[in-house]
Ligand binder design. Structure first.
Ligand code: SF4
Length: 429
């Protein structure tokens, strides 16, 4: 997951509960609002990261060789090396402006996503990391992830990334079935996955995530099991399994709308999800978020910052930020992005000041994505109210439906609630 699916323009919330005054919560010192402590961190015992000063930094690289048939991410195919170089210069300009505005201090996690960041030549990526170091600084031990498409990396590029400080690689594998990869419009094939994985190990990466998609057109449970088995034999430290989501404005979305795409259906999707959970658990992966599994000590710090609703700064076209009780998104259009920065302005499209009620709702439904759930004491420390008082009616209904439970000071999805998570989340909006 590159960035959370929380966007500006959230629906309005009813404000029927006792609240602290907005000015109390919307202070200008965002990280101090987030009283997460090591003792309550869901990061796991050896990799606790949350400190009062931590935040997550995201860089969006919106370029791809070509567009996959299901993709509605902000990524532009077929751009020239000159355009990509110009975009990277713009990113540096944005860094300077953002640092001047917020003075955020060193980043605790850095995530370069896309798009296809590894489409950039290695020296350009290297230069971006130097710019981050120069403008923001990097906390000691920070997690630094780059998303890589197996069709766009080789040993040399991976070694340069490693030397530049990247310590986590997220490989967009999606499937190991060449037929499915071709149908998806992916540029890589299964041999590229094996090649990229081996080169990454050779380059010294000891923290590799593999992204997989299930629920693909024509995919059988047997084929999904085979992919899981092969992926586990590669021994990645982290596996993400996402169910295919079809968006309207994509080739597959249009085919589905026209009824000419043969999709597996809900029951089979559920069976695939169950298979992933069971198979990965037996293979030693902890299921720590709805779609994410990690070997002990290898949970993704950057994404956990999103799920804990901590502050994050997103740079680049379409990148979202959440800072100081505000949320905003950069413009998606590359020309508009460049135009703003060339004029010395931040390339923002919209900024929303979050109400305490919104921040509480987001803390609930993002936190419930974590298998360990929402820590009631953290919620109280952060908002000065008990989540059970704020959401008494909603919680009662969810307990009764068997979708949510309170256990050991945490609110969490039940086994029944996990695959129905969206139905739970909607109750908090
Ligand atoms: S590689 Fe990723 S970002 Fe690029 S088109 Fe495919 S799915 Fe979208």
């Amino acid at each position: 997951m590159a960035q959370p699916q929380v966007r500006a323009g959230f629906p309005a919330y009813s404000a029927s509960l006792p609240q602290r005054p907005a000015s109390d919560i919307l202070s200008s010192a965002p990280p101090s609002l987030f009283g997460f402590t090591k003792a309550t961190s869901p990061l796991g015992p050896n990799r606790s990261l949350q400190t009062k000063a931590s935040y997550a930094l995201y860089l969006h690289i919106p370029f791809c060789l070509r567009k996959c048939h299901y993709c509605d991410f902000v990524s532009y195919p077929g751009r020239s090396p000159q355009e990509m170089a110009g975009y990277c210069r713009d990113l540096e300009d944005e860094m300077a402006l953002v640092v001047e505005e917020w003075r955020p201090g060193p980043a605790a996690t850095i995530y370069v996503g896309g798009g296809t960041p590894t489409l950039l030549p290695a020296p350009q990526l290297e230069r971006l990391f130097k710019a981050v170091e120069h403008f923001f600084g990097v906390e000691p031990g920070a997690e630094i992830t780059v998303e890589a498409n197996p069709g766009t990396v080789d040993g040399r590029k991976l070694k340069i990334l490693k030397a530049a400080g990247v310590n986590r690689l997220s490989l967009g594998v999606q499937s190991l079935d060449d037929g499915l990869l071709a149908a998806m419009g992916r540029i890589h094939r299964r041999r590229d996955v094996y090649g990229a994985f081996q080169e990454a190990r050779r380059a010294g990466f000891d923290n590799i995530n593999v992204d997989l998609i299930y629920g693909l057109p024509g995919q059988t449970l047997k084929a999904w099991k085979a992919t899981l088995k092969e992926i586990v034999s590669l021994e990645p430290e982290h596996v993400s399994c996402y169910c295919l989501q079809l968006e309207e404005d994509t080739p597959w979305g249009r085919q589905a709308e026209a009824g000419v795409l043969s999709l597996p259906g809900e029951e089979l999707e559920l069976a695939m999800y169950r298979e992933a959970r069971e198979f990965l658990a037996v293979a030693g992966y902890e299921h720590y978020e709805i779609s994410n599994f990690a070997r002990p000590g290898y949970r993704c710090h950057h994404n956990i910052a999103y799920w804990l609703n901590m502050p994050y700064l997103g740079l680049g076209a379409a990148a979202a930020s959440h800072w100081g009780g505000r949320r905003w998104q950069n413009c998606r259009d590359l020309a508009a992005y460049h135009h703003a920065l060339a004029g010395g302005r931040l390339p923002r499209e919209e900024m929303e000041i979050l109400t305490p009620r919104q921040m509480m709702a987001e803390t609930m439904f993002m936190g419930l994505r974590l298998i360990e759930g929402v820590d009631l004491e953290d919620f109280w420390r952060r908002f000065g109210v008990d989540a059970r008082e704020v959401y008494g009616r909603e919680l009662e209904g969810l307990y009764r439906a068997g979708l949510l439970e309170e256990r050991e000071g945490r609110l969490k999805l039940t086994e029944k609630g996990l695959p129905l998570a969206n139905e739970v989340f909607i109750r908090f909006i």
